[in-house]
Design a binder for this molecule. Sequence first.
Ligand code: FDA
Length: 503
Amino acid sequence: AQAAASSSDGFLRCLSASIPSQLVFTQSSPSFTTLLKSSIRNPKFFTPSIVRPLYIVTPTNASHAQDAVLCGRQNGMRLRVRSGGHDYEGLSYRSERPEAFAVLDLSNLRAVRVDLQTSTAWVDSGATLGELYYAVGKASNVLGFPAGLCPTVGVGGHFSGGGFGMLLRKYGLAIDNVLDAVLVDARGRLLSKNTMGSDVFWAIRGGGGESFGVVLSWQVRLVPVPATVAVFNVPVPASQGAVDVVTRWQQVAPALPDDLFIRVLVQQQTANFQSLFLGTCDALLPVMGSRFPELGLNRSSCKEMTWIQSVPYIYLGSGSTVEDLLNRTTSASVFSSGYKATSDYVRQAIPRDVWANIFSRLAQPNAGLMILDPYGAQISTVPESATPFPHRAGVLYNIQYMNFWPMAGGGDGAVQTKWVRDLYAFMAPYVSSNPREAYFNYRDLDLGENVVVGNVSSYQAGMVWGHKYFKDNYQRLAVAKSQIDPDDYFRNEQSIPPLANSN
Ligand code: FDA
């Protein structure tokens, strides 16, 4: 305990030489708890038994991040990097096991600079997707960016883990559109694409930033969108054939033209078909009539707007505005529900009778929901090894399973968590296998956790979860890790272990 105390003192002393004291928070600082909580999206990781950071450091420039890494290394203080705090397992701000660590919270580093001449932007990791979209939408009504739906998700975690949303069939993932990045490595160096090495630049685009250092900013290619897009949200209750329409959707959605994306949210006994079309309703209706007549889309359900308006409309509802994209704060309703989530990839359409069974599970008390995101088109044309994200050709769709529970009254979510685990077990025969693929950004520690041997995470043990997220790319990720952080300074329960020091 004494050694730990002195290393903490050393860390603070070291920081004080270069980082203004108002950017460093100890557990006894009056605003520590508020700051810690500020971007936590899963409040089940905000209870007294959770292992919290000893410090939170909030850099306002790159050199602060470099100094935090150097001070951390000199004093045996690990860093967990937090951008938007949306990690499903809370790994950006809590540890499964007792550990002395500080959080490097990047929320002050959130500039977005759009360059219309080159249709590119530099975005800092601490920006939210909403802030990025807003800046792009302000600069042009015919440019967009293909990333996730939820505006409060942080750029740092989202990009480094892949990042997909309604434009994935036309333009792929966020990482498919990253051109350059700025990284602070475990030696405190500030590196760009040209200096970090091709393996590391490959690795941070989908392999998770936390294993390789601190990604401070990203240069992205913006993508063309028409001045008018069309959106619809069509609910189909089970009583009106939802099982049949979802069964049919599996064949239709991944094969549609690339400018049409139709996802499904299945909850209770209703399948909600949500769509973004890069064109007008007049152009969409005949496509729907010929390709997916089972949905029965009519003109009154189709709404036209600009792409930037579609973002809050789809995620926050019809009463929301483009300015709502700038709201970073956790709403009370979000913070009141803990959740459990996991994911699957479907490569062969699931038979109708299985869907009927799934719908009966969704009718159980305390049931959760499923989100089905269709792949195909652009996301599936990229070779599996081009980025760490391997779920490409042959994937029909991604499934996300989620279940929520109220935290008030000490709810522990045991029943809801069991519902997710039971459904996941039931789905095994119908989804990808060897490995059973999972999306890294929908992190689930049930898939496996690192084992630390001789103070380095074990390559062998990491395979258990690593192959699910990355398939054969796991090995190259470990090679990149050996190059940039052979001592395994940057680690968490699911970080990439170094290969050279494999145990
Ligand atoms: P957070 O800050 O918690 O970081 C996540 C992980 O990345 C941690 O391990 C952290 O250490 C590391 N990290 C973060 N910033 C880093 C940096 N700058 N350098 C190095 N490492 C860094 N996904 C998707 O693809 N499409 C979607 O539509 C959605 N929608 C969605 C909605 C909601 C409500 C949630 C909670 C999540 C999603 N996601 C998603 C998943 C999301 O992409 C995933 O949780 C991201 O990792 C979140 O990034 P944050 O920066 O917010 O997380």
